[in-house]
Write a protein that binds this ligand. Structure first.
Ligand code: SF4
Length: 632
C-alpha cells in the first residue's frame, strides 16, 4: 500500500475516427467542444471509489494523456472499437511499473483478451465488484479478476463524479436511467451484457444527477440508456418527474435518448417526452425491409409503418436520429436503393448506416460461426468504417461494401442533405425543449457554418442552403444543426469513402507489373515479393524485402512505389525482414522518400530489421502502435 491516499487515474482511450466523432464539426464549428459525450462509465466508477481516494479522469478524445502520471493505479476502459488503443495503453503503463486495471464493455464480453496486459480485469457491471477491488487493493491483496455475472441493483448507485469531467468540451452531458432491454434483436450485445429485464433508477436519483450536472454548467443531457422505454410504466413516471423538474428550474436542459420505435405508437408517452423537454431520439430502425426485421428478431419495428412512425415523432417536435444496417441475409444489391429512398423520405439527417456486424456472444455471432460466415481477420467494432466480420448471403462482400459506400456518397451530397432537411421541416413541429444552446451560441454556430461550410461550398451549396431556410424562422436552428451534422458526415465520407477511379486501378497494375519485370532477378532470388490485392478502399500493393537487394532498387524501385502512392485510394504495405549493413543508408533514404505518403503507407519490420531501423522509423513518423507491427 502506498503511504498516502490511493491515487487512481482513469483513462478513456481515444476511439478511432468514425461518423460518431463528427470531426469536421468539432474542428470548425463546435469549439470549445471536442467530442459528443463524456465517459460516463468512468465518472460512475469514480463515484464508487472510497471518499479518501484521489481520482483523476482523462479522456484521450479531448485531452492528452499523461506520460508519467502521479498515480498508483491506472484504470483503462474501452468498448470494442477502443480495444487496440486500450491494449496499447495497458502495455505502456504496465511497462512503466503502474498497477493496471482493464474494464469497460469489451473487458466484460472478452476478459480473456486483456489478462496478459492488465494486473486486474473487471468484467461486468461495476457497482458491487469495484468497491470490492478498492478494499482488496487497500488490503494489498487485489485479485487478477473481478467478475459480475449477475445484474446489479442500480437504485443505490451514487451520483457519478461529473465534477471530474471537463463538460464544456462535450456536445452534451450524459446520464443513465435504465439498463437492459426487453427485446431480442439477434445482433445486439446490450441484452447479452445487461439482460432483458430493464432495471431502473428512482426518478429522485436522476434528479440528484441533474442537480450535479447543473452545478457543472451543463445545458443538455443525453440519457445513454439503450432503450429508455424498455419498461414503459416506469419510463412514464420518470418523464413526469422530468417535466416537473424542468418546470421548477425554468427548463435548464435539452434532453435526448435512445428508444425503441414503438414509442411512436404511444401518444401518452410522446406527450410526456415533449413536456419533459426531449428534443431528439435515436431509433434503431435498421431497415425498411420487413422480412429482414423479422429474421433479425426485431419484431417491434414491424408493427407499424416506419415512415409514419418517424413523422409522428416530428409532429411532437422530436427530431429523429436513426441507425440502419445493410448486410442482412435478405439484403440483395437492391437493398441500398430501398434504404436510400426511406432515409430521404423520412428526412433523417443523422442516418448512421452500418454494415451488419456479428458481436461476440450474440445469437447472430453463434449462427454465422456455425454457418462458416464469419471473417476472423476483421475485428468486430465500428460498423460504419466500411468493413465488417460477416460474409453476406445475398451478395458478395465486395458488392456489399461498394454498395454501402455509394449509399453514403449519395446521402451526403449537398442535394441529399438539403432534400432531407426539407422533408423533415415539412413535418416537424417546433421543438418542445427550451433548454440547450443559448441564442448567442446559436448565432455563433450560424456564423461558423456559413463561413466554414456554406460559403466554401460554392454557388450550388449557397442555393441549397437558402432553399432550406424557406421554412418558419422558429425552425432555423434545426436547419442550421442539420447542416452542421450533414456537412460533418459528408467530410467523413469524402475522406474515407472516396470512389476509386478506374485509372487508379490501371496505374496500380502497371506499377506492380513493371516492378516485377524490372527486378525479375531479385524476385527470382526471393529477396523481393510484390503482390497486388483489391482492398475495401482501393488497390493495395504488398511488398516484402528479405535479403540483399539490387542497388538500383532503392532508386528505381522507390520511383515506382511513389508513382503508386501518388494515386488517392491506393495503399502500400511494406514488410522489411532483414537489413544488410552495407545497404542501411540506401534503405533509409528510400524510406525517407516514401514517408511523404505516410497516410497510405504501412510498414512492418522483423526482429533483425527492428534493431537496425527502429529509431529511423520513429524519426520518420512511421512508428505507431505495437512493437510487433510498425504502422503509419
Ligand atoms: S431494441 Fe435496441 S437495445 Fe433492445 S434488443 Fe433491439 S437493438 Fe438491442
Amino acid at each position: 500500500m502506498p503511504p498516502h491516499p490511493v491515487r487512481l487515474l482513469l483513462i478513456n482511450p481515444c476511439p478511432p475516427e468514425s461518423f460518431w466523432s463528427f470531426a469536421w464539426a468539432m474542428d470548425r464549428v463546435m469549439a470549445p467542444q471536442r467530442a459528443l459525450n463524456p465517459p460516463l462509465g468512468l465518472a460512475t466508477l469514480a463515484g464508487l471509489c472510497p471518499d479518501h481516494w484521489d481520482v483523476t479522469i482523462v479522456d484521450e478524445a479531448v485531452e492528452t494523456i499523461p506520460d508519467r502520471p502521479d498515480a498508483d493505479i491506472v484504470g483503462i476502459c474501452g468498448m470494442g472499437v477502443q480495444h487496440t488503443r486500450q491494449r496499447e495503453l495497458l502495455g505502456r503503463y504496465r511497462r512503466q511499473g503502474y498497477y493496471t486495471v482493464a474494464g469497460g464493455s469489451f473487458a466484460s464480453l472478452c476478459p480473456e483478451q486483456l489478462t496478459d496486459l492488465a494486473d486486474t480485469v473487471v468484467a461486468g457491471e461495476a457497482e458491487t465488484i469495484w468497491p470490492r477491488f478498492c478494499a482488496d487493493f487497500e488490503a494489498d491483496r487485489p485479485q487478477a479478476s473481478y467478475t459480475e455475472a449477475g445484474a446489479v441493483d442500480i437504485t443505490e448507485v451514487p451520483v457519478p463524479r461529473f465534477d471530474l469531467l471537463s463538460l464544456e468540451r462535450y456536445a452534451t452531458a450524459s446520464l443513465q436511467f435504465s439498463r437492459g432491454c426487453p427485446y431480442q434483436c439477434d445482433f445486439c450485445d446490450i441484452i447479452v451484457m445487461f439482460g432483458r429485464r430493464p432495471r431502473t433508477k428512482a426518478p429522485e436519483q436522476i434528479g440528484r444527477e441533474l442537480d450535479a450536472l447543473r452545478a457543472q454548467g451543463a445545458d443538455s443531457a443525453f440519457f445513454v440508456d439503450d432503450n429508455l422505454i424498455g419498461n414503459k410504466k416506469v419510463a412514464k413516471e420518470l418523464l413526469r418527474y422530468l417535466a416537473d423538474y424542468q418546470k421548477r428550474h425554468d427548463y435548464p436542459f435539452l434532453f435526448g435518448t435512445e428508444a425503441s420505435l414503438n414509442l411512436a405508437q404511444d401518444p401518452e408517452m410522446l406527450s410526456l417526452f415533449r413536456e419533459a423537454g426531449f428534443g431528439w431520439v435515436f431509433l434503431g430502425i435498421e431497415t425498411p425491409d420487413v422480412e429482414s426485421l423479422r429474421a433479425a428478431g426485431k419484431m417491434q419495428n414491424t408493427k407499424a409503418d416506419l415512415l409514419d412512425s418517424v413523422h409522428t415523432l416530428y409532429a411532437y417536435g422530436i427530431d429523429v436520429f436513426a441507425g440502419f444496417i445493410v448486410g442482412f441475409d435478405n439484403d440483395t444489391p437492391e437493398a441500398f436503393e430501398n434504404q436510400h429512398r426511406f432515409i430521404m423520405n423520412a428526412g433523417i439527417q443523422v442516418a448512421m448506416v452500418g454494415l451488419l456486424t456479428a458481436l461476440p456472444r450474440t445469437p447472430l455471432y453463434e449462427r454465422l460461426e456455425q454457418e462458416g460466415r464469419l471473417r476472423h481477420d476483421v475485428a468486430p467494432g465500428d460498423n460504419t468504417g466500411g468493413h465488417t466480420n460477416i460474409l453476406p448471403a445475398g451478395m458478395s462482400y465486395r458488392a456489399m461494401v461498394s454498395g454501402y459506400t455509394a449509399l453514403y456518397r449519395r446521402l451526403f451530397s449537398d442535394r441529399g442533405i438539403a432534400r432531407r432537411i426539407r422533408n423533415k421541416v415539412r413535418h416537424l413541429r417546433q421543438p418542445a425543449g427550451r433548454g440547450g444552446q443559448s441564442p448567442q451560441r446559436q448565432r455563433l454556430l450560424l456564423r461558423r457554418i456559413l463561413w466554414h461550410g456554406v460559403l466554401s461550398g460554392g454557388p450550388g451549396r449557397w442555393l441549397r442552403f437558402g432553399q432550406t431556410l424557406a421554412c418558419p424562422p422558429r425552425l432555423w436552428p434545426q436547419v442550421v444543426s442539420d447542416w452542421v451534422r450533414g456537412l460533418s458526415m459528408r467530410d467523413y465520407v469524402e475522406r474515407h469513402f472516396k470512389e476509386v477511379p478506374a485509372r487508379t486501378w490501371h496505374r496500380a497494375r502497371k506499377v506492380w507489373a513493371s516492378l516485377n519485370r524490372r527486378f525479375a532477378a531479385t524476385v527470382e532470388r526471393g529477396s523481393l515479393t510484390a503482390e497486388l490485392e483489391a482492398t475495401d478502399s482501393g488497390p493495395g500493393l504488398n511488398v516484402r524485402l528479405r535479403g540483399a537487394l539490387d542497388r538500383t532498387f532503392f532508386t528505381a524501385g522507390q520511383r515506382h512505389l511513389r508513382r503508386l502512392l501518388r494515386q488517392p485510394g491506393s495503399h502500400l504495405t511494406l514488410r522489411i525482414e532483414t537489413v544488410y549493413q552495407h545497404q542501411r543508408e540506401a534503405l533509409i533514404r528510400f524510406l525517407e522518400r516514401l514517408a511523404a505518403y505516410r497516410d497510405r503507407l504501412s510498414v512492418s519490420i522483423g526482429d533483425q530489421a527492428r534493431e537496425q531501423l527502429g529509431h529511423e522509423l520513429a524519426r520518420l513518423g512511421l512508428v505507431q502502435g505495437t512493437e510487433e507491427v510498425v504502422t503509419s
